[in-house]
Design a protein around this ligand. Structure first.
Ligand code: NDP
Ligand code: MG
Length: 390
């Protein structure tokens, strides 16, 4: 019986993970569930999945959860310490890292340092501190499996010895597919007026608000480009982005002999989650089989970097290296929150990120303190730009 901690259980990835786990009660048991502010939802999940621990954001919410659980045998913890505890507890085999944003970094690193099998959805953690993160995976013998659908697809298409190096194993390049988001066909001038509601209405995937906005700006693909570089030891030049509106091909690997391997499936996160959970075995995920006759066709386009400036900025940050990706990520988190809160327009997200990258001190990302300082400074600069623009 594998013991599983789900960090970010009340979110979209958290709920897909629990759906897969519940289909295999003889293989997987929920050890801990965590949330931030959605305490009622967490209480419901605790009743259904019976974890030994539950973690919320504050002491006040912890007392509320305890009351809601009404004597159920579940220890309630709170704050970063609580998250770190359930991510690294000796009883735990697998940790799903599905907190959104930089808040997920500390508990994800705690799981890695405890040598766990980590199912990574929280791409922001890896983008911020890629070198340190991958070094910790090596040092502590953790198993890092991507559940971001593109990276999971690439992982499935790579040769098993890919860690020897992409050129050494015959890989020419990685091809990340992108749906293009809800504004693929919206003109630049129309983009100035789009609302958070429109930005969050993704055509193919149902996701949390932050990643939905990232998909609409294509910053999500930029973060994924950086994520791919770290996961697969690729240079930014070895990763191309191709827009594929149907989201059926989740990504591809191009080999030197001309073979191109792709992973296909219906757009449902339970497929990559089930793949990583059971790896190297395969289990039922509850996802409908792919019907190629119904699909009938697939389209491919080059991304429009004039319209989707965030994708260009992310590639530049990847090339620059050091703390540039951490700055990009922090500025984007501030700008997206500003857009969702009505303080900034859609096109100002890219402007805030660009200005912050221009102004922030970029240095080597050789310690966690360095990365956290860069994150803090970028949030300050981005918040000032946000205040100026609103
Ligand atoms: P959601 O917004 O749906 O869920 C986020 C989760 O994180 C919630 O459980 C939330 O708790 C928790 N959380 C938010 N802030 C904090 C904090 N400060 N401290 C601790 N916990 C916090 O996001 P998604 O599930 O969509 O995305 C999660 C991660 O997975 C993101 O990094 C995203 O980029 C990545 N991802 C998501 C995909 C998807 O299909 N959704 C696909 C690929 C990657 P609460 O609900 O209580 O606020
Ligand atoms: Mg993805």
């Amino acid at each position: 019986m594998q013991q599983i901690t789900v960090l970010g259980a009340t979110g979209s990835i958290g709920s897909s993970t629990l759906d897969v786990i519940a289909r295999h009660p003889n293989e997987y048991e929920v050890f801990a569930l965590t949330a931030h502010s959605r305490v009622n939802e967490l209480a419901q999940l605790c009743r259904r999945h019976r974890p030994r621990y539950a973690v919320v954001g504050t002491a006040v919410d912890a007392r509320k959860l305890q009351r809601l659980l009404n004597g159920q045998d579940c220890e309630v913890l709170y704050g970063e310490q609580g998250l770190n505890q359930v991510a690294s507890a000796s009883e735990v085999d697998t940790v799903t890292a599905a907190i959104v944003g930089a808040a997920g970094l500390a508990p994800t690193l705690a799981a890695i340092r405890a040598g766990k099998k980590v199912l990574l959805a929280n791409k922001e953690a890896l983008v911020m501190s890629g070198a340190l993160f991958m070094q910790a995976v090596q040092e502590h013998g953790a198993t890092l499996l991507p559940i971001d659908s593109e990276h999971n697809a690439i992982f499935q298409c790579l040769p098993c010895n890919y860690q020897e190096g992409l050129p050494q194993t015959g890989v020419r390049r990685l091809l990340l597919t992108a749906s293009g988001g809800p504004f693929r066909e919206t003109t630049l001038s129309e983009l100035a007026q789009v609302t958070p509601e429109q930005a969050c209405a993704h055509p193919n995937w149902s996701m949390g608000q932050k990643i939905s906005v990232d998909s609409a700006t294509m910053m999500n693909k930029g973060l994924e480009l950086i994520e791919a570089c770290w996961l697969f030891a690729a240079s930014p030049g070895q990763v191309d982005v191709v827009v594929h509106p149907q989201s059926i091909i989740h990504s591809l690997v191009d080999y030197v002999d001309g073979s191109v391997l792709a992973q296909l499936g219906n757009p449902d996160m339970r497929t990559p989650i089930a793949h990583a959970l059971a790896w190297p075995a395969r289990i039922d995920s509850g996802v409908q089989p792919l019907d190629l006759y119904q699909l009938a066709r697939m389209d491919f386009f080059e991304p429009d970097l004039e319209k989707f400036v965030c994708l260009r900025l992310a590639r530049e940050a990847a090339e620059q290296g050091g703390t540039a990706p951490a700055v990009l990520n922090a500025a984007n988190e501030v700008a997206v929150a500003g857009f969702l809160g009505g303080q900034a327009g859609f096109l100002q997200i890219a402007q805030i990120v660009q200005r912050t990258l221009e102004q922030a001190d970029i240095c080597a990302a050789d310690s966690l303190d360095c990365v956290l300082d860069a994150d803090r400074q970028a949030r300050e600069i981005a918040s000032q730009w946000l205040a100026r623009m609103s």
